[in-house]
Ligand binder design. Sequence first.
Ligand SMILES: Cc1cc2nc3c(=O)[nH]c(=O)nc-3n(C[C@H](O)[C@H](O)[C@H](O)COP(=O)(O)OP(=O)(O)OC[C@H]3O[C@@H](n4cnc5c(N)ncnc54)[C@H](O)[C@@H]3O)c2cc1C
Length: 497
Amino acid sequence: MISNKKSEDTLQSPVQFLKAVLGPLPAEETLADYERWWECEGRALSMAQDRAGTPWLQMFDLLGKRIDAVQCAPGYWTMLRKGYREGLVWRAIKENSLITPFQLGYVCAFNDPGLYCPYTVSLATLLALSKYGDEATKSRYVPMLLREDESVWQGATWMTEAGSGSDLGGHVETVARLKGGRWLLTGEKYFTSNAIAELGVVAARPEGAPTGVRGLALFLTPKRRDDGELNFCIRRIKDKIATRSVFTGEIELRDSEAHLLGKPEWGIYLILEVLNCSRVANAMASVALAQRAIADAFSFARHRVAFGKPIIEHPLLRQQFEERKATLKTALALAWECVKVFNEIWRETPPYSEKFHLFRILVHLAKYWTAEFAVQTAKWCMEVHGGIGTLAEFGVERWLREAMILAVWEGPAHRQILDGLEAMERKGAHQLLFEHIASGAEPKELKEMRAHVEAHLVLPTEAKEAGAETLFQALAPFTARALFRKRSDVPRPRDSR
Ligand SMILES: Cc1cc2nc3c(=O)[nH]c(=O)nc-3n(C[C@H](O)[C@H](O)[C@H](O)COP(=O)(O)OP(=O)(O)OC[C@H]3O[C@@H](n4cnc5c(N)ncnc54)[C@H](O)[C@@H]3O)c2cc1C
């Protein structure tokens, strides 16, 4: 009973839960301070931001000059700056480690999954720039992203366009022209999260480059030109169901000045690196959201009385709660493995190592499965609250709205599944995965899963694609359980051969 009580208290705290699953946290005090700030101040600001809805885009100043500034309650800026100060971005470079930034991100997402987006896309911008920018571009912009005070610059990652975000090769129409030694971009980006950022990394096709994804390149595009004028325009801010703590807009690029990142022919690799950084954060955010939903459901269920006792004491509900809690731990083990491996490989450039391909399969499994888990758990949390769960005034419905976006952006389920399939077919990523998780897996189950994957990979193309989700639905939780056992030294079930 005591240990149950302890594990239920742990559920209410993102820091305690991280510690319970991952072991000692290098920056525990910083994380605990950030968590306390959320409880005392941040949660109210976040709720106000969610309820205020779409902020107002002020396109012109008093004298009719285009400024494209977003007007919203001052509380938003307090909440946003707090995370930058704590080190969701600067610590990555100054501490030469992604561990604390992603743990801070978990604390942030437990309270506001949408707010984690600006930090994530700023981090992705910083990593891409510090790896692939030329010396002049780096020395000009990296320090801006590393500032620890209110003057910090933000980044953003704008790849997709209106046609089909899943099919970048077929639908990126933004063109890059080289004129007088300077790149100029022209096009429209339909979904641009953190539209207020001072720097965006933008996918575009250099004039004359081949069609398809191979012809795309990646550029860094500052909000202001060298002469101080706006370099691109925000057409509008989108009215979304959730993630209202990040402003998602539409951007118009018209001969916008840009800096090429890396070699043009590496473009698609760079784009995927940037997306994969966000996918790791998305997996952490999905687990954090699921934790929050389970914690909220539990708090309610131990006070709500039906049939003479708190509803949590009814065996059916208790069982659902215990199962979700157990899955939550394995989901964190999977998301965290992505962070750990990402921390080891993020400096690599093409051609990549085997570890990089292991990272790819981990990320696709984690992005896919944790987002689905978050959606299902948020829905369950609403149901546990009964009719009250559907009322905006209690805020529980928000977790489902937020989770629905986590499942779509950075590529919906099918994108993760098909890209994961490709990593297995072309790079043997499943073999690397099985080696990596072997010490946590039950040998017979591992053998069976290996056979299942190998049988799937030799299916005719159409059947292979059609059945791929079923494969992922088995492989992701299997991987998560093995990683959890490996990490926590939970004894493996005895080999039943
Ligand atoms: C709030 C929000 C913020 C965003 N911010 C950004 C941003 O900052 N930067 C950015 O670049 N993008 C951003 N996006 C775009 C996001 O990445 C895309 O919405 C996403 O990748 C899906 O693309 P799409 O909306 O064009 O859908 P589509 O690609 O048209 O897909 C529609 C449906 O078809 C399915 N589908 C497509 N192809 C296949 C296939 N081969 N097999 C099976 N099913 C398939 C998809 O899974 C989906 O269910 C944002 C999106 C949202 C919702």
